[in-house]
Design a protein around this ligand. Structure first.
Ligand code: UTP
Length: 409
C-alpha cells in the first residue's frame, strides 16, 4: 500500500494518527507500518455503536434435546460404521483452533506448547495428536489436520511441531494457516499504537477460522481432496476425541447440517454456553445471557431443560460453510486491558480495561445452520479444558482427569 492510499483510507475512518510518526521511521519501518494498515479490517470499526451499547442482540430461546449417551450406546455400531467410512474415504478433516492468546493460563508461549507431564514431557499439542492417532489407527487412514495460528504465535507453533517431529503424525497431513488480526481501540474508537511503528492488534477471535482457511487456499485443497466435513476444535481440551467416528456417524445419520459435542452441565449455574434453539434455529446461549428462569427450568422428567453445555468441538459441512461465508458474522466487542503508547512515546500497561477488541466466535456459526445435533459425551472422559493454571478448568484439574483416563503423566 502506498502512503497516499493509506492516508486516504485512514481519513475515511478518522484514524490519521496511525501515521503520526511515519516520517521518523526508517524505510523498513515505514513499509512495515503500511503493510499493517493494509491488513487491518477497518470495517470492524463500523460495529461500534454511537450510544455505547455494543451488545449483540438475541432472540427467543427454547431448549433443545441431545443425542444422549444412552442413544449413542444403542446405536454405536451403526454410527461407528458410518463415521469410519467417511474417514476412510477422506471426507473428514480436523481444524485445530490454536490462535488464541491464552492469557488466563499466563504461559508466554502458544498454549499447545504447555507441558502437562509430571514425570515426563507431555505437551498439550501432543495430547491432541495422541487422541487423533487413535482414530487414524482404527480407520487405517490419515486425517488432514489444519492448525490455525495467529501472527503472534505462528512461528513458535510451526517450529515446535517440526522440532517434535509432529509427535509421530504424518507431516504431509499437517497444515498451518494464520488467522487475521483485528485492531484494538480506545473507548472513543481510536486505534491504539504499541510503538511508533506498530499498531495495536490481536487475533480476531476463533470465528475467524473459516475466512482465514479460505484465504490461505487450504480449503480449496481439502475440497479437491474430497473433504466434506470439518471437525473444528479448541486447543485446550486435552481429553477430547477428534474426528470421532461415532460423532461423525451420528451427525451423518441424523441428516443434520452440523453437530456439536456437549456435556451435561455439572450444576445449573455452571459457566458454560448451552446449545439450544434461538428463534427456532440452533444456537448457543452464553451462561451470562441466561435468565434465572432458564437456568433452573426443568423438563417433566426433572432434568434441566437447558442441560447441554458446549465443549468447542463442532462438525460442519464444507458446502454449508460456503453458504454461511456470504453472511456477516456477529462481531463481539469486548472491553480489555490494552497496552498502548502514550503521548510521550512510553508503553503503558493499564490495570483496568481501557478499550475494545473485536472478535467473531465459532459458536455463532451454529446459529447460521438450519440444524445442529447436540451430541452428548461422557464428561470425565472427554472434557478436560486447560484455561487456568489452578482451580476450575486448570492444569491441575486436567492432570487429574488425564490420569483417571489412564494417560501416563
Ligand atoms: P479462549 O476463548 O479460551 O481464548 O479460546 P484464549 O485466547 O485461548 O484464552 P484466554 O481467554 O486469553 O485465557 C478458545 C479456543 O479458541 C482459540 C483458542 O486458541 C482456543 O483453542 N482461539 C481463540 C483462536 O484460535 N483465535 C482467537 O482469536 C481466539
Amino acid at each position: 500500500m502506498t502512503l497516499e492510499k493509506a492516508k486516504k483510507l485512514l481519513s475515511g475512518y478518522g484514524q490519521e494518527h496511525l501515521l503520526r510518526y511515519y516520517d521518523e521511521l526508517d524505510t523498513a519501518g515505514q513499509a512495515d507500518l503500511l503493510a499493517q494498515i493494509e491488513r487491518i479490517d477497518f470495517s470492524l470499526l463500523d460495529n461500534l455503536k454511537a450510544d455505547g451499547d455494543n451488545t449483540v442482540k438475541r432472540g427467543t430461546f427454547e431448549p433443545l434435546g441431545a443425542v444422549t449417551i444412552r442413544d449413542i450406546e444403542a446405536n454405536s455400531s451403526e454410527y461407528k460404521k458410518l463415521g469410519l467410512e467417511a474417514i476412510k474415504a477422506g471426507k473428514t478433516a480436523a481444524i485445530l483452533l490454536a490462535g488464541g492468546q491464552g492469557t488466563r493460563l499466563g504461559f508466554d508461549k502458544p498454549k499447545g506448547m504447555f507441558n502437562v507431564g509430571v514425570t515426563k514431557e507431555l505437551y498439550i499439542f501432543e495430547c491432541l495428536i495422541n487422541n487423533l492417532m487413535k482414530v487414524v489407527d482404527e480407520a487405517g487412514a490419515w486425517v488432514p489436520l489444519c492448525v490455525m495460528t495467529s501472527e503472534k504465535n505462528n512461528d513458535d507453533t510451526v517450529n515446535f511441531f517440526k522440532e517434535k517431529n509432529y509427535f509421530g503424525y504424518n507431516k504431509d497431513f499437517v497444515h498451518f494457516f494464520v488467522q487475521d488480526m483485528a485492531p484494538s481501540v480506545d473507548f472513543s474508537g481510536k486505534i491504539y499504537m504499541e510503538s511508533k511503528s506498530r499498531i495495536s492488534s490481536s487475533p480476531n477471535g476463533n470465528g475467524g477460522w473459516y475466512s482465514s482457511l479460505v484465504r490461505s487456499g487450504l480449503l480449496d485443497r481439502l475440497k479437491a481432496d474430497g473433504v466434506e466435513w470439518l471437525n473444528v476444535f479448541a486447543v485446550d481440551n486435552v481429553l477430547q476425541q477428534i474426528a470421532d467416528p461415532l460423532f461423525i456417524g451420528a451427525v451423518i445419520k441424523s441428516g443434520s447440517q452440523s453437530g456439536g459435542k456437549v456435556v451435561a452441565k455439572a450444576a445449573p449455574e455452571e459457566r458454560v454456553g448451552v446449545l439450544c434453539l434461538e428463534d427456532g434455529m440452533p444456537s448457543i446461549v452464553e451462561y451470562y445471557e441466561m435468565t434465572d428462569e432458564m437456568i433452573t427450568l426443568r423438563t417433566d422428567d426433572g432434568e434441566l431443560a437447558y442441560k447441554y453445555g458446549v465443549i468447542l468441538n463442532y462438525l460442519f459441512r464444507t458446502d454449508k460453510l460456503e453458504e454461511i461465508n456470504k453472511l456477516k458474522m456477529p462481531v463481539h466487542i469486548v472491553d480489555k486491558k490494552i497496552p498502548y503508547m502514550d503521548e510521550n512515546g512510553s508503553l503503558i500497561k493499564p490495570d483496568k480495561p481501557n478499550g475494545h477488541k473485536f472478535e467473531t466466535l465459532v459458536l455463532d456459526m451454529v446459529h447460521m445452520h438450519d440444524s445442529c445435533i447436540p451430541y452428548e459425551v461422557v464428561r470425565n472422559r472427554e472434557f478436560a479444558p486447560i484455561k487456568n493454571a489452578e482451580g476450575v478448568d486448570s492444569v491441575v484439574s486436567a492432570r487429574k482427569l488425564l490420569e483417571e483416563n489412564g494417560v501416563e503423566l
